[in-house]
Ligand binder design. Structure first.
Ligand code: G3P
Ligand code: CA
Length: 291
């Protein structure tokens, strides 16, 4: 066969094969439009104990820029990173302080919490991992040049935590334009708390955790840049409705949805047009949707 004819038939065959073979996931995602941002939920918490510096390091090792965390307050006024309002599930507090049930964060001093092991519950390899202070968490993230989605957790338990959190952020250099312009969002399930953060420091971008009715979105748009709903609660029309508003910084309101830990769910919400996916398995989600 003539060389050109061989090339032509080879091309034809490859073309047929290309039609039959599925694209690898990242390529398929790349062909469908912009990628959602991937956010490591409580750090890369499928692979390291949640809300610890090890989980931040793991996110960095996976090349994941955005990390989510949960901030609460100790009895003596320190801000620490922990999800539950009790220390029971993710530390050895029951062994160290057996008489202090129900082991609420707000009833322990920072020095007491610093004694706890926050890694053994997850895996023996993480024995000795500590509950980080917000300051330690920020320092580690700065070292990795990461971006923070900071959740004020249970703010009703800690009156004034909005101002105190902003103070730590300021002291650590996280309220300069380089950070507020694209490396920091403060979110909460409490609309009052988000409103307070916006009023105290309008430069900070904010997010409301939940799925408010579309009719209420105009009022949220006055103080929240993001509406961040659970992934089971959203649809393409809902995401489009949020996108129809501009937040307090004059940009289109965004949707960052949680907690999406498998490829199929990630592709589903990416198809809805979400701006971000908050996940314990950032590598799995990134492989599914790109980003
Ligand atoms: O960032 C969203 C997500 O963290 C909200 O739920 O309970 O994991 O803090 P939760
Ligand atoms: Ca959270």
């Amino acid at each position: 066969m003539h060389a050109r004819a061989v090339a032509a038939s080879t091309t034809a065959l490859l073309g047929t094969a290309a039609l039959l073979l599925p694209l690898p996931p990242a390529r398929a995602a790349a062909d469908t439009g912009p990628h959602p941002v991937v956010v490591a939920h409580r750090g890369a918490s499928a692979y390291a104990p949640e809300n610890t510096l090890a989980a931040v390091d793991k996110a960095a090792a996976l090349d994941v820029e955005w990390v989510e965390n949960d901030v609460q307050r100790t009895r003596d006024g320190a801000l620490v990173v922990l999800h539950d309002d009790s220390l029971q599930r993710t530390t050895d507090v029951e062994e160290v302080f057996p008489d202090r049930s129900p082991w609420k964060v707000k009833d322990f001093t920072a020095a007491e919490i610093a004694r706890l092991d926050a890694g053994s519950w997850f895996a023996p390899a993480y024995a000795g991992t500590r509950v980080p202070t917000l300051q330690q968490f920020l320092d580690r993230m700065e070292r990795h040049d990461q971006k923070l989605l900071l959740e004020l957790k249970n703010p009703q338990l800690y009156p004034g935590i909005e101002r105190e959190t902003l103070k730590v952020l300021a002291n650590e250099g996280w309220l300069d334009p380089g950070h507020t312009g694209g490396r920091l969002v403060v979110q909460s399930f409490s609309a009052d708390s988000v409103r307070t953060v916006h009023a105290l420091k309008p430069a900070v971008r904010t997010g409301f955790l939940g799925t408010p009715p579309v009719a209420d979105l105009p009022s949220y748009a006055s103080f929240a840049d993001q509406i961040n709903p659970s992934h089971g609660s959203i649809s393409a029309p809902y995401v489009a409705a949020v996108h129809g508003f501009r937040g307090p910084h004059g940009t289109r309101m965004q949707v960052h949805t949680w907690t999406v830990n498998d490829a199929a769910a990630a592709r589903r919400v990416a198809g809805f047009g979400v701006d971000g996916i908050i996940t314990n398995t950032p590598d799995v989600v990134r492989d599914a949707v790109g980003g």
